[in-house]
Design a binder for this molecule. Structure first.
Ligand code: PLP
Length: 326
């Protein structure tokens, strides 16, 4: 965790950054904390292959490929392709690390989760008939098991914040498939941490986000037998800075990325962390974050995304005129 003095000065807050973008393998990111638990479970079950699903630019898929390579398992990623005319940066990395990638064009009729689930079931059966023992990991690694990585992180952050004298802080994280948020939420609650938590939603949900959160929480609570309870109103997830779509190119998000890069030499990504940092800047402007407040921003990784064609073309357009050819 590090303090960001120059961006803090700009925003009039105290901004700290938890560097989960620096977590080890396959270019790092939040999914590795979840995958620690999936890998253990897969090994216990004698799996020979990891199978997961996501969008074409899935960081979770990339890090599943990384874990599979490192621990000698095969890996298949089933991705629903929202941008059929491009090859996402992560797909190249998946292939570099030896994973098989199966792309299916989005039919724009059924939810992507349904499409990918269906296809994954077919692939699983195919490989099992060939003798593989396939371990399935859900989208984003967000199920009961997947919260444990960030349950641990909540405790780690509570200790770190106490050591740094910032126990009155608020953690802010991007919310996608919600496992990260839910893990933090449960971890903080369980030890009655003084830290608070706000999520910045980065994509639209088909149902109410709070209803989804409550549902997810109830499942997790039943699974682990937590003593504490939570109501819909306990889930602070801000939906105001989504910009309509998942992984879209947004000028405000790029401005936030440039600010962080130019003031702190920290690179954010256009899908998750750039959107979440833009949300922080907007929350300051909209007075949802007080002047002088201490914020711990969770850097969840995702930087390869700057090289995904529909983002890269915008970065090139905005940055190329600063390249002087003599
Ligand atoms: C997946 C992801 C998130 C969101 O985590 P969820 O647990 O899916 O909510 C945030 N940032 C990056 C870079 C990610 O890849």
């Amino acid at each position: 965790m590090e303090y960001l003095p120059r961006v803090s000065y700009d925003l009039g807050i105290n901004l700290y950054l938890k560097r989960d973008d620096l977590t080890g393998y396959g270019m790092g990111g939040n999914k590795l904390r979840k995958l620690e638990y999936f890998l253990y479970d897969a090994q216990q079950q004698g799996a020979t292959m990891l199978l997961t699903v996501g969008g074409a630019q899935t960081n979770h898929g990339r890090l599943t490929a990384a874990v599979a390579a490192k621990y000698g398992l095969k890996c298949v990623i089933v991705a629903i392709d929202e941008y059929p005319d491009e090859v996402s940066a992560n797909i190249l990395l998946d292939r570099m690390m030896g994973a098989e990638v199966i792309l299916k064009e989005d039919d724009h009729i059924r939810p992507q989760s349904v499409q990918s689930q269906e296809l994954a079931a077919v692939i699983k059966e195919r490989y099992e008939s060939q003798g593989e023992k396939v371990y399935f990991i859900p989208m984003g690694g967000s199920n009961e098991l997947g919260i444990l990585g960030y349950y641990d992180c909540a405790q780690e952050l509570t200790i770190q914040a106490a050591e740094m004298g910032i126990s009155d802080s608020r953690i802010i994280t991007a919310v996608g498939s919600m496992g990260t948020y839910m893990g933090l939420f449960c971890g903080l609650k369980d030890i009655e941490s003084p830290l608070s938590l706000t999520g910045a939603l980065i994509m639209p949900y088909e149902e109410s986000v709070r209803a989804f959160a409550k549902n997810y929480f109830d499942k997790v609570k039943e699974h682990y037998g937590f003593e504490f309870d939570a109501e819909k109103s306990d889930f602070h997830i801000d939906e105001d800075y989504v910009y309509g779509e998942y992984n879209n190119a947004v000028p405000e998000v790029r401005e936030a990325i440039y600010q962080m890069a130019r003031k702190e030499s920290i690179i954010l990504d256009p899908c998750y962390t750039g959107k979440a940092f833009n949300a922080i800047c907007q929350m300051v402007r909209d007075r949802k974050i007080e002047q002088g407040e201490t914020i711990i921003f969770l850097h969840t990784g995702g930087q390869p995304g700057i090289n995904t064609p529909h983002h890269r073309i915008e970065f090139e357009r905005e940055l190329i005129d600063g390249v002087k050819i003599l």
